[in-house]
Each structure stands twice: as C-alpha cells, then as structure tokens.
Design a protein around this ligand. Structure first.
Ligand code: MLT
Length: 233
C-alpha cells in the first residue's frame, strides 16, 4: 500500500513503523539533498535545530542553514541546489537545517527507512521502492504545517509511478495522482504560481524553482543511515 501525508502536522495519523517513508520538500530541501549527493557530496546530516547544526562546523562539516527561504547568518551555504553542486563540496560532509524539510525528516524517524524524494530523482525512488516488499508513506514537508502544491504534486507523481505495485491506502493518494496528471506536462507553469514560489521569487531564486521541477535529472536515491543521508546501495 501507499499513503500520502500532506503535512508533518498530520503525521500522528499515520503508522510509519515497518514502512518506507519518502520525505519530499521540492522547494527546496530535498531537491538540494538529491543534487548534492548526486554530484559528489559524501553525506548530508539533516538537523531540525539551527544551533546544533551550526556547531557541526567544528567537526569539519560544511553548514547549510535556511529559515523563511533565506540563508541563516553564520552558515556556509543557504538552500539552493546550485550551492550543493559546487565542486569544492565533492567528498565533503554537509550539515543542514531548513524551515520544513529537515523537520519532516525528524518527524518521520519511527519509519523503517527514510528515503529522500524529489522530481529530480523520481524514477530512481520508484524503482528503489519496487525492489522491496514494503508499504510506503510519502511525507510532504509542506510550509509551516500548511499543505503546499509542489510536494503534493510529487506525491501524485510517485503514487502514479507505483500504481502496479502499491495500492492507495486512503483517498489522498488518488486525489494527488489526478492533480499530477492534469499538470504533469508543464509543472513549471503550475509550480511557479505556488505560495512558496512567490515567497522565493521575492528572494530572487527563480532559477532554483525551474531546476527543482525537472524530472529524473539524477539516478540516485538518498537514504538515512545513522543520522546521515547517503546514497542507497
Ligand atoms: C524548507 O525546508 O523549508 C525549504 O526547503 C525552504 C526553502 O526553499 O529554502
């Protein structure tokens, strides 16, 4: 079976034990994680707390901090996928905290496995799940508890890709598939009208949005192991 949790605020309604949770934050946390690990970052440590994250600089991590769409003072990086693909990060570890994405990971910790999903690695995530005989919950990071467009669209895309192996658990997966099917030929036009796209556009990150709605740029699957996101396999 597959289910979709549209906001971390609703997560208590879902049983995650024994299941694969796919955490998604298209704009931009999980798109960043996928981009970084696909282009040579060795490991990414997601943290909900700003100070703990900042402190990891002392342990040799590059630090990435975002709140309300902007880079947090004192961090090496903000939350753009292009920053994660910089050549100087190859072989390095990144510690990251973001408004919603890293919190969604934190709240999913009772799951059997945590997988990081984005449009950028959509097919790779679907294939990874198909190799296992486990139920799936897609956890959308949303925005401060409010349901958003881009994460919901991704949920629909993944449910559609898994139609042959995973039956929708409640009505949300079916609803999201319909939404994705209506919009899938031009995700950018739809997502650029989303509340977070407008929020980020004020911060001049339009090219991030264009990048994050691309499907299957990378053939990798990040999974959480011992507190770090690393490549599955
Ligand atoms: C988050 O985790 O809240 C987002 O990735 C925000 C952002 O776009 O930087």
């Amino acid at each position: 079976n597959i289910d979709v949790c549209l906001s971390p605020e609703l997560i208590h309604q879902y049983e995650l034990k024994g299941k694969i949770v796919v955490v998604v934050d298209i704009l931009r946390a999980t798109s960043c994680m996928v981009s970084g690990l696909a282009t040579g970052v060795a490991a990414i440590k997601p943290l909900a707390d700003v100070d703990i994250c900042k402190g990891l600089k002392q342990e040799g991590y590059f630090t990435a901090g975002e709140r309300n769409g902007s880079k947090v003072e004192g961090f090496d990086m903000g939350n753009s996928p292009f920053e994660y693909m910089e050549p100087h990060l190859k072989g390095q570890k990144v510690a990251v905290t973001t408004t919603n994405g890293t919190l969604a990971i934190e709240k999913s910790k009772t799951a059997d496995q945590i997988v990081i999903g984005a449009f950028l690695n959509l097919t790779a995530v679907a294939k990874y799940i198909q190799q296992q005989d486990k139920d799936v919950v897609v956890v959308c990071a949303a925005w401060k508890g409010k349901v958003n467009l881009e994460d919901s669209l991704f949920a629909g895309a993944l449910v559609e890709r898994l139609a042959a192996s995973h039956q929708p658990e409640c009505d949300v997966p079916r609803m999201m598939v319909k939404l994705y099917q209506i919009e899938k030929n031009d995700l950018f036009t739809f997502v650029k009208e989303s509340s977070h796209a407008r929020r980020l556009n004020k911060l001049d990150v339009f090219k991030d949005i264009e990048f994050c709605v691309q499907e299957d740029t990378f053939d990798i699957v990040p999974v959480l192991r011992d507190g770090h996101l690393v490549l599955a396999g």
